[in-house]
Ligand binder design. Structure first.
Ligand code: V47
Length: 365
């Protein structure tokens, strides 16, 4: 492999091979390389050190309590005005009915994320999770983005720590990675101007980690941001992870352009997606897992991503999320059986491992 390394990348290559952390400038150098195969090989080395030839998935479903939202992000295809015939806002009982539909299925996780509804508060959120907890105690509740948490905790008058502990007491197990978008303040002020700040997103995750609640992190890439912005985003995450070690996985989310106000940016091509996974895997040396969220990326690109550092494809989903279908994703009713996921993973030369949310092994398939 050494013979085919582009000259300008030799020092970075040596660092990676020697388990050394790369700098932001070196991360940028990787983004600018025109040799995706080389990047894939490097990311694969890093991935195998962490996860050998395992690729993880889980059996999960989503609940999206509402698509009414006080924020109006430019990239969002999911939000609807409260008076729209396409708007919804479920009661806690309706949410429990969704959970009941999975009573006879071996799911291990419910993922709950929605809009920031103006009338929701911490008591509504606590009610949802305590009803689910009582109904199905073994189900892991991964719920509420930092954006929803910021709103309901601020409204409650509690400190972030107190709010998180109250939710934890009612059954919250972990926090998903949504709402991070792009941390760069200038880009954030253009694509989601009134949303919680980057500082607040990072603070909520830090407080969660300190309170014993693990979480994920995302980036929304492939629109108006530059490589510098992506590296800056990942550096802020890497710094936080150095302090807390509370992130499980990093999930790059490719911008999808349908039915939102950012269509003019188009969508990046598959090589750019793969390059982004590879650089993320190499740069985020303290993140145990890198996830390709298949409902957003599509099944074939997800399979390819396994050769670019990805070790997790998320879950069975069972047609329970609309965020990406509304933004034009290929899979309009995303659902995969366990067998289909295992075939996808094996087809790329890896061993499928069913995990729970915290990456404990449920079954090696
Ligand atoms: O924060 C919204 C993104 C996120 C679009 O933690 C869009 O396991 C692309 O965070 N194009 C929500 N992206 C989804 C999310 C997530 C998904 C799967 C797993 C986990 C996890 C978290 O979706 C939002 C936003 O960044 N998003 N609209 C769009 N048009």
């Amino acid at each position: 492999m050494k013979d085919i390394i582009p000259a300008e990348l030799r020092p970075v290559y040596d660092k990676i091979i020697n388990y050394e952390r790369i700098t932001t400038d070196e991360g940028l150098l990787l983004y600018h390389t025109e040799n995706p195969g080389f990047l894939g090989n490097l990311a694969d080395i890093v991935k195998r050190r962490k996860n050998a030839d395992r690729v993880y998935f889980n059996r999960n479903f989503h609940i999206e309590p509402t698509n009414i939202c006080i924020y109006n992000c430019e990239f969002c295809s999911y939000r609807k005005p409260a008076n729209s015939p396409d708007a919804w806002n479920y009661s806690a009982e309706e949410i429990l009915d969704i959970v009941r539909r999975f009573d006879d299925k071996p799911v291990t996780e419910v993922h709950i994320v929605g809009g920031v509804h103006p009338s929701h508060d911490i008591d509504y959120y606590c009610k949802i999770i305590s009803m689910i907890r009582n109904h199905r105690p073994g189900l892991h509740i991964k719920a509420f983005s930092a954006i929803e948490l910021d709103y309901i905790i601020r409204k409650s008058g509690l400190s972030i720590r107190e709010g998180l502990l109250k939710l934890k007491k009612n059954g919250l197990d972990s926090i998903p990675g949504g709402g991070a978008e792009i941390f760069d303040e200038k880009i954030r002020s253009i694509i989601c101007k009134d949303k919680s700040s980057s500082e607040m997103w990072l603070r909520i995750h830090e407080e969660a980690h300190k309170a014993g609640i693990l979480s994920n992190a995302t980036i929304l890439y492939g629109h108006m941001e530059t490589y510098e912005h992506r590296i800056d985003h990942m550096e802020r995450l890497r710094n936080l992870q150095d302090r807390t070690a509370g992130f499980n996985s990093f999930i790059p989310l490719k911008f999808k352009m349908e039915n939102n106000r950012m269509k003019q940016y188009g969508e990046v091509n598959i090589l750019e997606d793969m390059k982004n996974y590879a650089v993320a895997r190499i740069f985020l040396d303290n993140f145990p897992h890198l996830k390709a969220y298949w409902p957003a990326l599509g099944k074939e690109a997800t399979q390819l991503s396994l050769s670019f550092g990805v070790d997790d494809v998320d879950g069975t989903i069972d047609d329970t999320t609309k965020i990406y279908s509304m933004a034009g994703a290929t899979d309009q009713n995303p659902s995969m059986t366990t067998e289909e996921i295992c075939d996808l993973i094996r087809g790329a030369g890896f061993n499928p491992v069913e995990r729970d949310t915290l990456y404990n092994v449920v079954k090696e398939w």
